[in-house]
Each structure stands twice: as structure tokens, then as C-alpha cells.
Design a binder for this molecule. Structure first.
Ligand code: ZN
Length: 275
């Protein structure tokens, strides 16, 4: 699933790759996917953007959005993969949930693994997650520090560090992926209660959110994800399924993997003590 670093990177790649191209046609899904959502019928997407150019692309929170020169927007969320290819690329998947072809015989192919939304709209998409991602404070903006400190102060003391970062859309784009390395960098256990954080630990957490997301974004996303061209992204995760067997890069101890709050957490019990 893409999170903020991947959303920003894919938007950047889309901007550099398809901005200025003109849509020749839009192909509806090759077969129905039970958990792929559209706005209206995907067969209607063609008439909305055929003949129109891609103006730009944006990434925010867990969304990537293409903006067309007639004001239409094609928005995908974190469960949707988008790949760029030639129209007749034999390596491209034959099963997709949407395909947008351009007049220069290139294409964008959209697929959904578990669930996802591919939404065409004119700026009026009324979805809670979309709105919150759109209006989120960027962790790279100057106002983020005071926003973060306010949320720490307002949170229930019994809220865990993972729940603080990844639930209630406090920080759209921080999910169960990026939070592993953020908590590792801050040396905070995923289950540590917000009310038990020292001032120093709260500072460390703030610093880790900004610096780890910065590094992941600068390196084009995490190595557990793929980019617009199907290449593995450049940030090497420290706490993920990739590193579980290798052990903690700081102390060499065993990395723990546990199911917690709707997804596995990976942490080092020595570097990230619970108390
Ligand atoms: Zn360790």
C-alpha cells in the first residue's frame, strides 16, 4: 500500500511522464473486481477525458490525482497501483481495473490488489479520507511542528504510539508501513502510551516523523513498494518484512513481529523499550 512518500513520488513521476499527453481512449476494467470502487460507471470515464490533455499530477496523504485540462480529475487511493507502459507492451498486465491510453501510444494501467478506489470527479469528490488527505498539514510545512505538538497534547494518555500516528487520520499518509521506521528512529515501542512519553521522547518522535518521511520521499519511497515504472523504490526499510531475519541494524538483536491494531508491527525490543 502506498503511503505519503510513495504518493508524492508517483505524482512526481506522473507529472514528469504524462503531463502534456493527450488521452486517446479510456478502457474499462477487463473483469470486475469486487472491491474496486468507481464514481458512476467506469465505462463513462472515456467520454469525460477522451481528447483532453493531462495538465498535472498531485500527491497528498494516501492519494494520487491526475488533473486534466478540462477540469476532470482521476483520483486513486493507496490500494491502487498505477504503471506506465507502451500501449502494446506485452509485459504489461492483461487484467486491469482501468487503462488510460494516450495519443503517443503510451498508457497508464491501473490495478487493484485487495481493494481501492479509482474515482473520476470534477473537484467535488466528497469522501472523508480524500478531504482529510487534501487538507492535511504536510510534515514538510513550517506549521507542522505546532500541529504535531497540539495533537500530542490533545490525545488520550492511554493512546499508543502506533495508534497516535496511524489512526483517526491524524496524519494522512502515515500508515502501518512508514510508522515502523519512524518509531524505530525515535526509539519508541509501538505500544508505548502517549501519556508516558517524556518531553525528550515526544521531541524525538516529532523529529523522526519529519526526517524519516523526508528521507523516504527523497529516495522515491520504500523498498517494499514499486514506482510508476514497476521499479522497487529506493529507501531501504529498517523495520519491515525485508529485514525481519537480518536483525536490528543498531544493536544486532532480534526484530519482533507482532499483530497489533490491524497490521503487523516490527520493532526492536532493546532499542524500543516499552517502558
Ligand atoms: Zn536494536
Amino acid at each position: 500500500m502506498i503511503e505519503l512518500p510513495e504518493a508524492l513520488n508517483i505524482a512526481k513521476q506522473l507529472q514528469n511522464t504524462v503531463a502534456g499527453k493527450t488521452v486517446s481512449r479510456v478502457l474499462p476494467p477487463t473483469k470486475a473486481h469486487k472491491f474496486c470502487w468507481y464514481s458512476g460507471e467506469p465505462t463513462e470515464y472515456d467520454e469525460k477525458i477522451r481528447g483532453h490533455g493531462v495538465h498535472s499530477a498531485e500527491g497528498f496523504g494516501i492519494f494520487v490525482e491526475l488533473i486534466f485540462d478540462n477540469g476532470q480529475r482521476l483520483c486513486i487511493n493507496d490500494g491502487v497501483n498505477v504503471r506506465f507502459s507502451d500501449v502494446d507492451d506485452t509485459n504489461a498486465t492483461k487484467n486491469y481495473q482501468l487503462k488510460v491510453e494516450f495519443t503517443d501510444d503510451t498508457a497508464l494501467v491501473f490495478t487493484v490488489a485487495m481493494y481501492g478506489g479509482i474515482i473520476m470527479h470534477d473537484g467535488s469528490y466528497d469522501n472523508e479520507y480524500y478531504r482529510k488527505s487534501r487538507n492535511a498539514f504536510s510534515p514538510f510545512s513550517p506549521g507542522f511542528e505546532s500541529h504535531f505538538r497540539k495533537l500530542v497534547a490533545e490525545s488520550k494518555p492511554t493512546l499508543s504510539a502506533k495508534a497516535f500516528l496511524a489512526t483517526e487520520q491524524r496524519f494522512p499518509g502515515i500508515g502501518n508501513g512508514v510508522l515502523q521506521d519512524i518509531l524505530f528512529a525515535a526509539q519508541i515501542h509501538p505500544k508505548k502510551k502517549i501519556g508516558k512519553l517524556t518531553d525528550q521522547e515526544a521531541d524525538n518522535l516529532l523529529f523522526a516523523v519529519v526526517s524519516v518521511l523526508r528521507e523516504m520521499t527523497d529516495l522515491g519511497g520504500r523498498d517494499t513498494e514499486k514506482d510508476l515504472f514497476g521499479n522497487i523504490c529506493g529507501y531501504e526499510t529498517k523495520m519491515s518484512r525485508h529485514t525481519l531475519a537480518a536483525g536490528c541494524p543498531v544493536c544486532g538483536g532480534e526484530i519482533r513481529k507482532e499483530a497489533y491494531l490491524g497490521g503487523s508491527v516490527y520493532y526492536c525490543p532493546i532499542c524500543q523499550p516499552i517502558l
